[in-house]
Design a protein around this ligand. Structure first.
Ligand code: NAD
Length: 434
């Protein structure tokens, strides 16, 4: 199938490369020429395991990129993978999606035959049906359900394992109120489902239900982490190892073993934004989201807990604090809503200086948060050398093997927010929730 994807970030590039690998011809449309040039040169524009190889194999061939929306006319299906950031009140800002909808519609105006568009961006139910779809149809001078068919197809991949997640999904969700849209989306996913041994449920629902499945999934997972973090705090207060508790807890099939690692909290581009959007959407319709409010509050408190624990051992005022990890999780260079921001700001508010190390995320952090002040160094050893304390924010594997590097600290106090550092003689080790 000929597929176009508007927006070539974490979702758009990964989906494009995986669909090209599955045998489709895919064109990415993005306004960022650096992204477009990278893909055409066979280079992944973002850091994601396995993506370099796929873009290297198909980029410039079955996978093409362009800044021109006109490319969509040659395709059977367009996926929209554009950012849907938050407004100040937490609600969804759909303006980028709306601008793209108009450009897409204009490009489709001269197309012969019906075109299917599927929104992959995460948006509150109603936005696609009431705003995006009519805008595409109006700009295309076409009729919805005849010339233009608009579906939803939420994406569940996780940064850090995006390729693996897309190629082996737990389920594919297709939200389509038109049979043509459903058939084309089923056809595009067919080789993906076959590649995963055919063992992938394809859930077809209405467009609104599909988007609510995405919000409900993220709300559930964020709640699970916030609950295990709260249980972790209670465990620590009673001298109980929360990880021993979580291991046994996870053996209960009703609970499941994943997302039970307590620590400094969730971040990233999805959980905070999607939880905020769902809370705002609930309030807008008169629903009081008491559980989700608490889920957010618990998450906001975890970085402060990390700092309080450090302050039990050293005076942060005037101290140099090593921060290990800036990415919101390992395997990615993405620092959107990383816990490193409140941690670094917290150290500075208490009068300390920060020396930080991350294997891939320093550049992203500098670009996104120019006001967050820290010195970046090239290794954990350099960060720890002479530091008065260390705070572990991201569970990069390399932190698990740190050993004599701690000997160079001025005061060897380590507060681990991710249970990754090994306890050893000669350091004062504090686990955040154990
Ligand atoms: P991103 O910020 O990584 O990428 C978005 C891309 O869109 C950028 O390359 C940008 O240059 C491009 N762009 C912006 N405006 C454009 C326009 N008018 N026309 C063409 N291109 C334009 O975003 P992302 O993380 O891939 O997220 C996209 C959507 O998918 C969001 O709604 C997000 O909530 C959802 N989502 C993200 C993830 C994830 O792990 N990142 C997972 C599931 C769902």
């Amino acid at each position: 199938m000929e597929v176009s994807i508007i927006g070539s970030g974490y979702v758009g590039t990964t989906v494009a490369a995986c669909l090209a690998a599955a045998g489709h011809r895919v064109t990415n449309v993005d306004i960022d020429t650096a992204v477009v040039d990278a893909i055409n040169a066979g280079e992944a524009p973002i850091h994601e395991p396995g993506l370099d190889e796929l873009v290297g194999r198909h980029g410039g061939d079955r996978l093409q990129a362009t800044t021109e929306y006109d490319a969509v006319r040659e395709t059977d299906l367009t996926l929209l993978a554009l950012p849907t950031p938050s407004n100040d009140d937490g609600s969804i800002d759909s303006s980028i999606l709306e601008a793209a909808a108009t450009s897409l519609g204009e490009a489709l105006a001269d197309k012969e035959g019906p075109h299917v568009v599927a929104v992959k961006s995460t948006v509150i139910p109603g936005i696609v049906e009431e705003t995006i779809a009519p805008q595409i149809a109006a700009a295309a001078d076409g009729t919805l359900g005849e010339d233009i068919h608009v579906a939803t197809n939420p994406e569940f991949l996780r940064e850090g394992s995006a390729v693996e997640d897309f190629q082996n999904p737990d389920r594919v969700v297709i939200g389509a109120d038109s049979s043509l849209a459903r058939e084309r989306l089923e056809a595009v996913y067919e080789p993906v489902v076959e590649g995963a041994n055919g063992d992938v449920p394809v859930v077809t629902t209405g467009t609104r239900e599909a988007m609510m499945i995405k919000y409900a999934s993220n709300a559930f997972l964020a709640s699970k982490v916030s609950l295990i973090n709260e249980l972790g705090d209670i465990c620590k207060a009673y001298g109980v190892d929360s990880y021993a508790v979580a291991d046994a807890l996870g053996l209960d099939h009703r609970i499941g073993e994943r997302f039970l690692r307590s620590g400094v909290g969730w971040g990233g581009s999805c959980f905070p934004k999607d939880t905020d959007a769902l809370v705002a959407a609930a309030r807008e319709r008169g629903v009081d989201p008491v559980v989700l409010d608490a889920v957010k509050e618990r998450n906001d408190r975890q970085p402060e807990r990390l700092l309080d624990l450090l302050a039990e051992h050293i005076d942060i005022d005037g101290a140099t604090v090593a921060v290990l990890g800036l990415a919101f999780k390992p395997g990615t260079d993405d620092t959107r809503n990383t816990r490193a921001v409140p941690v670094i700001e917290g150290v500075r508010e208490r009068g300390g200086e920060v020396v930080a190390y991350d294997p891939v995320a320093v550049e992203d952090m500098r670009e996104r948060y120019p006001g967050v002040a820290f010195e970046a160094v090239a290794s954990p050893a350099e960060a720890l050398d002479g530091a008065d304390g260390a705070l572990v924010v991201t569970d990069w594997d390399e932190f698990a093997t740190l050993d004599e590097e701690f000997d160079a600290m001025a005061t060897p106090v380590v507060v681990d927010g991710r249970r990754i550092v090994s306890r050893r003689d000669g350091i004062t080790y504090e686990g955040l929730t154990w």
